[in-house]
Design a protein around this ligand. Structure first.
Ligand SMILES: [Zn+2]
Length: 292
């Protein structure tokens, strides 16, 4: 994204370092993300959008698609691998090789709409994963949980009105991308939170609002847009979650997955820009995902 941009390569280093420091790496099976195939991207994006991203990729230097979202010569491949990670994770779960997966990927995806890149996102990784589960594996009910500090507007736009998908989310409001509160579709459960909201209120929202709806929906798979920029230490937003809150919400999601989804959860990294808090939060999340 260019120097001084918060969506930086060091984010993944911080996660990898913390996984090792926390002793979690030895419990993990690591897989290299494949490139997403055109057919997989076309399930959620227009052909014109995909072509536009490829055509925008520079040979040298950096080009901006919007003031927040830039491409360098490696971005096209990285975006394909980021989306491909979720596809591989779905395949591994559906083949029974794993119960849960965490995709440590950049660029993130949940702001990418069907035909628009925005907010550091090019392809909507979680949407590509969810649609792969539906189209390639025939699932009828996929839940998407999004606890990033920003509303997953792209995921909402792609799945609004799709009865095979239920999306539940919390996000700071009013805040970028300044939507999500007005007339969401029936399969969208958007819970805006005011700046300053801490973990106690977040947990209440999850228990009282998310959980009954998730139980009723009875998902066969749960996908998580796992952004960690709602952390107290993250200056990108003004919410106050802590590692323990991420571990707790992950356990709640695991309970639903155990009931109806054979435990299947695919979690994909979205935001999270305070490097130490990001590493610690991912470690807490992955530890809970893996039931360690
Ligand atoms: Zn975010």
């Amino acid at each position: 994204m260019g120097v001084h941009h918060p969506e930086c390569p060091e984010r993944l280093d911080a996660i990898n370092d913390r996984m090792i420091a926390a002793g979690l790496d030895i419990y993990m099976a690591y897989h290299e993300a494949p490139l997403a195939q055109m057919e997989q991207l076309l399930r959620v994006h227009s052909r014109g959008h995909i072509q536009n991203i490829e055509d925008s990729a520079p040979q040298h230097g950096i080009v901006h698609l919007d003031p927040d979202t830039a491409m360098n010569p490696g971005t096209w491949q990285a975006a394909l691998r980021s989306a491909g990670a979720g596809v591989l994770a779905i395949d591994l779960l559906m083949q029974g090789h794993a119960k849960t997966a965490f995709c440590s990927v950049r660029p993130p995806g949940h702001h990418a709409e069907r035909a628009r890149a925005m907010g550091f996102c090019f392809f909507n990784n979680i949407a590509v994963a969810a649609m792969h589960a539906i189209e390639a594996w025939g699932l009828q009910r996929v839940a998407i949980v999004d606890f990033d500090v920003h509303h997953g507007n792209g995921t909402e736009q792609i799945f609004a009105g799709n009865e095979k998908v239920l999306m539940v989310g919390t996000f700071q409001h009013p805040f970028y991308p300044y939507c999500g509160t007005e007339h969401p579709a029936a399969n969208m459960l958007n819970v805006p939170l005011p700046a300053g909201t801490r973990g106690d209120v977040f947990r209440q929202v999850v228990s009282d609002i998310w959980m009954p709806r998730l139980r009723e929906f009875a998902p066969e798979l749960i996908c998580i847009s796992a952004g960690f920029d709602a952390h107290y230490e993250d200056d990108m937003g003004s919410l106050g979650l802590l590692e323990a809150d991420y571990a707790w919400v992950t356990q709640q999601i695991r309970e639903i997955a155990a009931l109806t989804a054979q435990g299947r959860i695919v979690s994909m990294l979205e935001g999270g820009y305070a490097l130490s808090a990001l590493g610690r939060s991912v470690a807490a999340h992955v530890k809970a995902l893996a039931d360690l």
